[in-house]
Design a protein around this ligand. Structure first.
Ligand SMILES: NC(=O)c1ccc[n+]([C@@H]2O[C@H](COP(=O)([O-])OP(=O)(O)OC[C@H]3O[C@@H](n4cnc5c(N)ncnc54)[C@H](OP(=O)(O)O)[C@@H]3O)[C@@H](O)[C@H]2O)c1
Length: 283
């Protein structure tokens, strides 16, 4: 399958490029129809992976002050890809987010059927809008085309990357102690490859089973990586004064993925594996 990755120079796009080694990675503004059409006509891919989007630097607070750019890249761009890929029967894989929910849905976690219920940040609102738009477009009848939306949350791995959740929270003096769903990138990439092989379509929650808090991750960090690490516990009430935009705290249910026979490892095992990797990187 000929694959094109848009947004290949971003954090997740770089990970995708390493796994999809033969993928083409053109520099295309996905919100520019002309550029998208030229790339699709020239490269004629079977699969387009959309890892492009505005996520904000240093964090999603940026999106509060850059709403037009965020809207254009996170909503208009993917709609252009949806339309142009559908015309050419290209299978579109879009990176969505689980940061469109709040809470644990009575302990069950939110499934792909639950409507988004978190609107505390502009970034999350754009991700929720496009998520709900893309889910309206099922696979084409002949088995080509179709749209797969991968909803991940707070990705982490065993590297020194600055966008790795572990490396972000290790710099905080106060660390949030609230349970969350999170995504281990190696498991995520393996599961994604399997979904693409199956030509799965629709929404998929791509999180490791179980929940953990950033504070618990730091307790494991202290044990595995650096016993001298000091940090304090932060509650969700304490977080509200610190960030400009709200932050989603939620649990996603990953039963749909499991139903496909695709299993990501339990979250604590995944964190342990990542921390061993981080320790090796530090030595
Ligand atoms: N990392 C996370 O925590 C996380 C979690 C869940 C979902 N996601 C989703 O995964 C996707 C990738 O995230 P990421 O963490 O890899 O973000 P990232 O590191 O910011 O990478 C995104 C890339 O997309 C590019 N881009 C932005 N607008 C574009 C456009 N209109 N056309 C082409 N490229 C464009 C960015 O370039 P510029 O920097 O030049 O704008 C950047 O290189 C996003 O859709 C994000 O919402 C990320």
């Amino acid at each position: 399958m000929k694959t094109v990755i848009f947004g290949a120079r971003g954090y997740l796009g770089t990970h995708f490029s390493k796994v999809f080694k033969n993928a083409l990675t053109p520099r295309v503004d996905i919100s520019d129809i002309g550029q998208v059409v030229s790339a699709l006509e020239e490269l004629r891919p079977d699969v387009v992976i959309n890892a492009a989007g505005k996520t904000g630097r240093p964090n999603v607070d940026w999106c509060e002050d850059h709403k037009e750019e965020t809207l254009i890249s996170n909503v208009a761009g993917p709609i252009i890809l949806l339309n142009e890929c559908a015309k050419r029967n290209i299978y579109l894989v879009h990176l969505g987010s689980g940061c469109i929910y709040s809470g644990d849905n009575g302990g069950k976690g939110f499934s792909e059927e639950d409507p988004p219920n978190f609107s505390g940040s502009f970034y999350s609102r754009t991700k929720a809008w496009i998520d709900q738009i893309l889910k309206e477009f099922p696979a084409s009848p002949d088995g080509t085309g179709g749209v797969l939306v991968l909803r991940l949350r707070m990705p982490f791995d065993g590297t020194n990357g600055e966008r790795n959740l572990i490396n972000k929270i290790k710099n905080y003096d106060h660390v949030l102690d609230v349970q969350n769903s999170i995504t281990y990138i190696p498991d995520f990439l393996e599961a994604t490859q399997k979904l693409i092989e199956k030509k799965a379509t629709g929404l998929y929650n791509m999180v490791n089973p179980g929940t953990i808090s950033p504070y618990e991750i730091m307790e494991m960090y202290k044990e595995i990586v650096d016993p001298s690490k000091e940090f304090e516990r932060l509650t969700s009430e304490g977080l509200s004064g610190i960030t400009k935009a709200g932050r989603s705290i939620c649990t996603l249910n990953s039963d749909k993925l499991k139903g496909e026979g695709i299993v990501m490892k339990p979250v604590k095992e995944a964190v342990e594996e990542a921390l061993i990797g981080v320790k090796k990187m530090n030595n």
